[in-house]
Design a protein around this ligand. Structure first.
Ligand SMILES: CC(C)(COP(=O)(O)OP(=O)(O)OC[C@H]1O[C@@H](n2cnc3c(N)ncnc32)[C@H](O)[C@@H]1OP(=O)(O)O)[C@@H](O)C(=O)NCCC(=O)NCCS
Length: 328
């Protein structure tokens, strides 16, 4: 056991101004507001304009988190960014964010665990703090999923939006404070249900682009079945490991994948629906950004107080899945 814990001292988020509504999508593909609302809970999502990027959204979210923590960028000693839509293949998005924050020399790197990415990054950052190496670090989830979305494919384009969320993780010596528990999982055998091909296996070619092969594809129904079971298991595991009852959990901040998946887990575990913080109606699925974006909204809305227990839960491409319990 480390003498140090890692606790969230500030949160921030940023989304593009441009809204893409279900009615807008119904003019682009064969879909409609009623179908999207009933099947997913999504009403609109934000889409980055030219010049708005994963790093610019991540930087804006980071600035707010740093301010909320009562710190300045100079206090930050490490930047960990979870993203599957990085600024470029390289340099990392973290390097761009470090430069934009004016903190050259501060280590920065990206992590790729799709929609589970924020919890992976949180766990990684917390371990640097527990090891005693750093006191204040930035953990960011930032995405411009619209850049890899095929707006001719109604099965995927209705689901995703762009945005970023960030937290400052700081050293604490208070017992039972901060990240109390987390578990991370992956199974690459299930990888082909959600893929975005360009890379070493399939470099971008003119032929690939002619067939829209540079965009992500997903088999939504299969993901749904996997997610609905995992979601419930992960929340149950988090509560069991931390000996928390339904009443002890203040708020569940789930990956914003589908309102039905969230509702199903909440009812099976005996939670009131309001115990899950949901903003999928306004932002859709923002992948690694979705948990910190929801967390920041809940925090700023006064829904989170010192001593509260929060449960984070996510799953995504990989396949990956993860959970975390944080005591504020
Ligand atoms: C994508 C998702 C909303 C689809 O909902 P679903 O209830 O599983 O719907 P299905 O895929 O079974 O499709 C039902 C019907 O609606 C149709 N449909 C699919 N997309 C549609 C759309 N955008 N608008 C209207 N109809 C649509 C299908 O063609 C199908 O028609 P059929 O019955 O005539 O064959 C749901 O499966 C989901 O949320 N999956 C997880 C999302 C995900 O992968 N997220 C990323 C990883 S975290």
């Amino acid at each position: 056991m480390s003498q140090f814990g890692a606790t969230i001292t500030g949160t921030g988020s940023s989304v593009p101004e441009h809204r893409l509504t279900n009615d807008d999508l119904a003019r682009m593909v064969d879909t409609n507001d009623e179908w999207i609302t009933q099947r997913t809970g999504i009403k609109e999502r934000r889409i980055a304009k030219d010049g708005e990027t994963t790093a610019s959204l991540g930087t804006a979210a980071a600035r707010k988190a740093i301010e909320a923590a009562g710190l300045t960028p100079k206090d930050i000693e490490l930047i960990v960014v979870a993203t599957i839509t990085p600024e470029m293949v390289f340099p990392s998005t973290g390097c761009y964010i470090g430069a934009a924050l004016g903190i050259p020399g501060v280590p920065a790197f990206d992590m790729s665990a799709a929609c589970s990415g924020f919890i992976y990054a949180l766990a990684t950052g917390a371990n640097f703090i527990r090891a005693g190496q750093y006191k204040n670090i930035l953990v960011i989830g930032a995405e411009t999923i619209s850049r890899v979305t095929n707006y001719k494919d109604r099965g995927s384009c209705i689901l995703f939006g762009d945005g970023a969320g960030a937290v400052v993780l700081s050293r604490t010596t208070e017992p039972k404070r901060g990240l109390l528990y987390n578990s991370l999982h992956a199974d690459g055998n299930g990888g082909d249900v959600m893929v975005c091909p360009p890379g070493s296996r399939k470099p971008i070619t003119a032929e690939m682009i002619a067939e829209d092969g540079q965009y992500m594809t997903l088999r939504g129904r299969e993901v749904y079945k996997f997610a609905v079971t995992k979601f419930e298991e992960l929340i149950h595991d988090a509560m069991t490991k931390c000996e928390l009852t339904v009443d002890d959990v203040t708020l569940i901040v789930p990956h914003q994948v589908n309102q039905r998946i969230i509702d199903s887990a909440m009812s099976k575990l005996g939670f009131a629906a309001e115990k899950a913080y949901v903003n999928i109606d306004r932002y859709g699925n923002t992948s690694a950004a979705s948990i910190p974006l929801a967390l920041d909204e809940a925090w700023r809305a006064g829904k989170i107080k010192p001593g509260d227990h929060l449960v984070f839960v996510a799953f995504g491409a990989g396949l990956t899945w993860a959970n975390a319990v944080v005591r504020v």
